[in-house]
Structures are given as structure tokens and as C-alpha cells.
Design a protein around this ligand. Structure first.
Ligand code: OAD
Length: 260
């Protein structure tokens, strides 16, 4: 039974969760698209505004879709890149950067490709699903530096080494996650005393397994999300609200704990 089921008020739940975070030696944090929603970056599965409610993920985020229409896929990612570059980190991103600064060991694991955590001051973020502003050849894997012309081209550029199509370095459906990031994220889930989860629907694996690993290893799991989800159902604390509101409130409560 978590804080939501115990009918503890949100304010009391934030105070309890803050006391646990303030004492923690190792905090792991898993973020999803929801933390960037208040920066104006679209989520994937929110019913009206989510990208996958408007666009077919099989056409845009798979090898099959890329092979069928590379120009369509390229233009869509160039549009998303422009959206992400215009976005600014929000109060939720900044609160996590602050939490990292005051915690002995802090492992930030994100499914987001937008780099807003880094721009808010977070260090050493593990990117499970890649980054939208880096590019490589779909055939030989060689890194590619994007030019201004590439951004407005109707087709992806060709690799200068093998002539293959260049693509954004994001993980598509059916592809392996970056091994180092996944290994380190799993290690953090096994070793942390608290896992803070923010803004993920908790249905895309293996990322969604990290809170399960943390729980199985005795960690306290705190979920921040305006909507109940599979993680909030098993978390010790479900803080119902947006990242931009709940995370600064948590940080303020942690500061109060610190001051005694
Ligand atoms: P989803 O779009 O699946 O879920 C977004 C979650 O954020 C939902 O649970 C919302 O309730 C929540 N949310 C919305 N606004 C919020 C806010 N302001 N503050 C906090 N939470 C909010 O996004 P992800 O779980 O990140 O994969 O999706 C996982 C993966 O599925 C993505 O990384 C992407 C996608 O296919 C790849 O691209 C490989």
C-alpha cells in the first residue's frame, strides 16, 4: 500500500518523501517525456498531445519505416530537433540538478533524447534512448556532424565513409539500448536506496524494469506523475502532480529537513 492508497495528503507525502531523500546516500532517478512537457516538448502517449497519438511510431521509429521513406523520417526528426532546441529546461529539470548537487551519489537515467537535463546543470546523465542532436550512419555506424543544409534537406545526408543514410542517434523500436547506459542504470537500480521516477508511463522496457529492480533490492520508490501508471501502483510514494510543481516542492522540503 503506497502513500496514495493510505490517503496521506499530498503535502504530507512530499514531507515524508523529502525526509527519505534527504537521508539517502545513493539516489537513482529515472525520467521520461513527462518531465519535459512543461518545457513544451511533446510526450509520446498522452491522449491528445502525445506524439504517438498523431504519428505512427512504426513509420517514424523503426528500421522498416526508415527504409520505406527515409525523407519522411528525416524531416520529422529535423522538426523535433528544432522544437527541442527552442525549449528551455523547466523547474523540474532544475530541481533534479539541485538534488544531484546535494546528494553523495546521484545517478540520473533518462529516456529523453532532448538534453534538457544537461542544459539545467545535471552531470553524467545516462541516456537510455540516445540523443536527438547526434547522428550516425545507419549502415557503418560512423558519427556524422550535422550541417545547416542537412536541417532543411528533404532527405537524410549520405555517410562520407560508406554512402549509407545518416540517421539520428536515437533508439528505435526493436533496437538494442546503449550497453553502457543500460548496465550503469541497472547497477544504480540495484544499489540505490531511493529511486525517484518522474514523468514516464512505465510501459516501455527495459527502462520500466528499473523501478522493479530497485524495489526488489529494498529501495524506496517515489513516483511523480499527474496520472496513475504501472509504477505509481507499486511505488512506496505516489506524488500526484507535474514535475515542474512537485520537484521544486520536494527540494524545498529537503532544504527544510536539512535545516532541522
Ligand atoms: P510517455 O509519453 O509514454 O509518458 C509520459 C508520461 O508523463 C505519462 O505518464 C504522463 O502522465 C506523464 N506526464 C505528462 N505531463 C507531465 C508533467 N508535466 N510532469 C510529469 N509527468 C507528466 O513517455 P515515456 O514514458 O518517456 O522511446 O515513453 C517511453 C519511451 O516511449 C520514450 O523514450 C520513447 C517512446 O517510444 C523511444 O523513443 C525509444
Amino acid at each position: 500500500m503506497n502513500s496514495f492508497d493510505r490517503a496521506v495528503s499530498l503535502e504530507d507525502s512530499i514531507c515524508e518523501a523529502a525526509a527519505i531523500l534527504a537521508r539517502a546516500r545513493h539516489i537513482a532517478c529515472l525520467t521520461g517525456a513527462g518531465i519535459s512537457a512543461e518545457s513544451g516538448v511533446s510526450t509520446f502517449r498522452d491522449a491528445l498531445t502525445g506524439l504517438w497519438s498523431t504519428f505512427d511510431p512504426q513509420r517514424l521509429a523503426s528500421q522498416e519505416g526508415f527504409a520505406e521513406d527515409p525523407g519522411f523520417v528525416w524531416r520529422w526528426y529535423m522538426g523535433r530537433l528544432a522544437q527541442v532546441e527552442q525549449a528551455q529546461p523547466n523547474a523540474g529539470h532544475r530541481a533534479l540538478a539541485e538534488l544531484e548537487r546535494r546528494t553523495r551519489t546521484f545517478t540520473l537515467v533518462t529516456q529523453n533524447v532532448d538534453n534538457l537535463h544537461e542544459r539545467a546543470g545535471s552531470q553524467d546523465t545516462l541516456h537510455l534512448h540516445g540523443r536527438i542532436n547526434t547522428f550516425h550512419c545507419n549502415e557503418c555506424g560512423a558519427a556524422y556532424a550535422l550541417s545547416d543544409e542537412d536541417r532543411i534537406a528533404g532527405l537524410p545526408p549520405y555517410c562520407i565513409h560508406c554512402g549509407g543514410w545518416v540517421r539520428p542517434s536515437v533508439v528505435w523500436f526493436g533496437e538494442m539500448l546503449p550497453e553502457y547506459a543500460l548496465d550503469e542504470a541497472t547497477r544504480a537500480a540495484q544499489q540505490c536506496d531511493v529511486m525517484l521516477v518522474v514523468g514516464t508511463s512505465g510501459i516501455v522496457y527495459p527502462a520500466a524494469s528499473l523501478p522493479e529492480v530497485a524495489l526488489a533490492n529494498g529501495a524506496t520508490v517515489i513516483d511523480v506523475n499527474p496520472e496513475p501508471n504501472p509504477i505509481s501502483e507499486v511505488a512506496n510514494y505516489y506524488l500526484c502532480g507535474t514535475g515542474g510543481v512537485i520537484l521544486p516542492a520536494l527540494m524545498n522540503a529537503i532544504v527544510r529537513v536539512d535545516r532541522g
